[in-house]
Design a protein around this ligand. Structure first.
Ligand SMILES: NC(=O)c1ccc[n+]([C@@H]2O[C@H](COP(=O)([O-])OP(=O)(O)OC[C@H]3O[C@@H](n4cnc5c(N)ncnc54)[C@H](OP(=O)(O)O)[C@@H]3O)[C@@H](O)[C@H]2O)c1
Length: 253
């Protein structure tokens, strides 16, 4: 089995790469900073220094990974850019990177994977959105709006690729305890409800891909909280989410 993970140099993508290597699969990963991998000591993985915002580069990386005309069985896009923007402190550069990586990068990954898999008439594509993208409320952050777009882009590709035997799984995690999340929160995650460890996240993600689920939201408590919030009238939802953002902002310098 051949698995390619965009955004596999750290965090959830790195943990997924390790999971599939342990299962004996051939794994390729890409990211912009390969130095992170040698720090993590990941063996037997094929690595590509590639930015998902560059369509030609991501396509070349996948084709190089599949030398000899092998099938691409699983493509997972974990590449994502996020910043703590509840406090309205996001810079133009951060916003630009977020839009490019989370939206253009998502489309580039779908395009690359679908072109390879269409000829095979099978394959699984997964993309990591975020539970924050489930709810539709006007005061949500730019990050949340990009992840809502990811969910919708995945829905469009799922419809289009079904006739070709290609499944599309949207991964919708709540908070996952990664280095990046810790960095953004000064190593203090006490305001992140229902925090999931990365190993548990890998189990949820790999099982959903294997079962070709359309969408998986985890952890269960977060899923039910989101479902409860989604039935509220918009003025009430806006008020609750605004107060939550204020509460999260309170501690920030
Ligand atoms: N952790 C959470 O609580 C959480 C919750 C919901 C959703 N998510 C989503 O899960 C994904 C992974 O998050 P994480 O916490 O594991 O963070 P992370 O460690 O920062 O992982 C992001 C990965 O994407 C890569 N990447 C970023 N921009 C890229 C680009 N333009 N081209 C290629 N690779 C790029 C990074 O590698 P390089 O720096 O080497 O490029 C890294 O390997 C993200 O999409 C995030 O939005 C995370």
């Amino acid at each position: 089995m051949n698995v390619f993970i965009a955004g596999g140099t750290s965090g959830i993508g790195y943990a997924l790469a390790r999971h599939y290597l342990e299962k004996g699969y051939d794994v390729g990963i890409c990211g912009r900073n390969l130095a992170k991998i040698s720090e993590n000591n990941l063996e037997n993985v094929k690595t590509f220094q590639t930015d998902v915002c560059d369509m030609n580069a991501i396509a070349t990386a996948v084709h190089t990974f599949l030398t000899g005309g092998q099938n691409l069985d699983i493509f997972i896009n974990c590449a994502g850019s996020y910043a703590e923007d509840v406090a309205g402190k996001i810079s133009y550069e951060e916003a630009e990177e977020m839009l490019q990586t989370n939206i253009l990068g998502t489309v580039n990954c779908f395009e690359t994977a679908r072109k390879v898999m269409k000829g095979q008439k099978k394959g699984s594509i997964a993309v990591i959105a975020s539970v924050s993208g489930i709810l539709d409320y006007e005061n949500s952050s730019l990050y949340t709006k990009t992840k809502r777009s990811v969910i919708q882009i995945a829905d469009a590709y799922r419809r289009a690729l079904k006739p070709f035997g290609i499944s599309v799984t949207t991964i919708v995690p709540g908070y996952v305890d990664t280095e990046k999340l810790r960095q953004l929160n000064n190593n203090d995650l006490h305001k992140k409800p229902f925090l999931t460890d990365v190993e548990t996240a890998v189990i949820h993600i790999s099982e959903a891909i294997e079962k070709q689920k359309k969408r998986v939201i985890f952890p269960a408590k977060m899923k039910w909280m989101m479902k409860s919030l989604s039935v509220l009238p918009s003025f009430l939802l806006n008020t609750i989410m605004f107060r939550k953002a204020q509460w999260m902002k309170d501690d920030q310098p």
